[in-house]
Write a protein that binds this ligand. Structure first.
Ligand code: AMP
Length: 285
């Protein structure tokens, strides 16, 4: 079967392709993914196309960011389909390295971002953000793009990436892309395929509930009060709530009392599926 998009699997081949574009005076954007491409990923590719001449999409299911009891082995993988939809969306190149290319024998370095990674998803997924920061740092150094695009869906991750890029003086601009949702509000995620039909019906309540928190904050309700009410509502609907939190949109510092500029973030389990979502308060960015 003819592949729908040029694919490279080694750092050397990736750099050769990027070098050729650079020689022609073209700029490059990178969209990192773990595959199982959906419209959320494709929106980032489309955004990337407006920001650079060439778009590289990477596909690597990064073992370093999964905990021992998480879904690394079950994570959906379909590179052939991914290649086709990425080509259609206008990505110029797929970079799909194997685990040996990314983590050769003896690999022993980690990028650790302090502060921002200590709570929210960092609390329930120890080492997750070290795994993310390490692989994203490698992808940025391997591809050396002008811009790299990440979704606001993983809001804490976006801030972690911005932080280490700044701290380590990596010469790239990190750009955030808006969350793409189903018509009922559920944020698109590769993990939504794990939901049973009954769970899928319940799942949009997560977005609805954090939207309500944001609306409550805009009406002057205290942050702790609003997030506690949300936790109660979600638990009553059958979610197992990891957190519902009202945070500073830049530093993720906890906010209490009445607030205007905040991000409402939540993580829950619905059956065996972990879902995350976040929204700004109406007056926030
Ligand atoms: P993943 O393959 O889940 O690692 O995601 C790859 C990139 O796509 C990350 O930057 C995610 O934040 C982003 N992404 C995932 N879901 C969505 C969504 N529903 N809307 C926008 N971006 C998303």
């Amino acid at each position: 079967m003819t592949r729908a998009i040029d694919t490279v699997r080694t750092v050397g081949d990736l750099r050769a392709r990027v070098a050729a574009w650079r020689k022609a005076g073209e700029t490059v954007a990178l969209v990192p993914t773990m595959g199982a491409i959906h419209d959320g990923h494709l929106s980032l590719v489309k955004l990337a196309k407006t920001l650079a001449d060439r778009v590289v999409t990477s596909l690597f299911v990064n073992p370093l960011q999964f905990g021992p009891r998480e879904d690394f082995h079950a994570y959906p993988r379909d590179e052939t389909r991914d290649a086709e939809v990425l080509a259609k969306a206008g990505s110029d190149l797929l970079y799909a390295p194997g685990a040996d290319e990314m983590y050769p024998s003896g690999f022993s370095t980690r990028v650790h971002v302090g502060d921002l990674t200590e709570d929210l998803c960092g609390a329930s997924r120890p080492n997750h953000f070290d795994g993310v920061a390490t692989v994203v740092a490698k992808l940025l150094l391997q591809c050396a793009p002008d811009k790299a695009i990440f979704g606001e869906k993983d809001y804490q991750q976006l801030l972690v990436i911005k932080r280490f890029v700044r701290d380590l003086n990596i010469p790239v601009e990190i750009v955030g892309g808006a969350i793409v949702r189903e018509t009922d509000g559920l944020a698109l995620s590769s993990r939504n395929t794990y939901l049973s039909p009954a769970e899928r019906k319940t799942a949009p309540l997560l977005h609805e509930t954090i939207q309500q928190v944001a609306a409550d904050l805009a009406q002057g309700r205290g942050a702790d009060d609003a997030s506690e009410a949300a936790r109660f509502k979600l638990e009553a609907a059958g979610f197992c709530v990891d957190y519902v939190a009202v945070r500073d949109p830049e530093t993720l510092a906890p906010l209490h009392g009445p607030v205007t500029d905040a991000r409402v973030l939540a993580a829950v389990h619905l059956g065996k599926t972990r879902l995350i979502d976040n929204v700004p308060t109406p007056r926030a960015r």
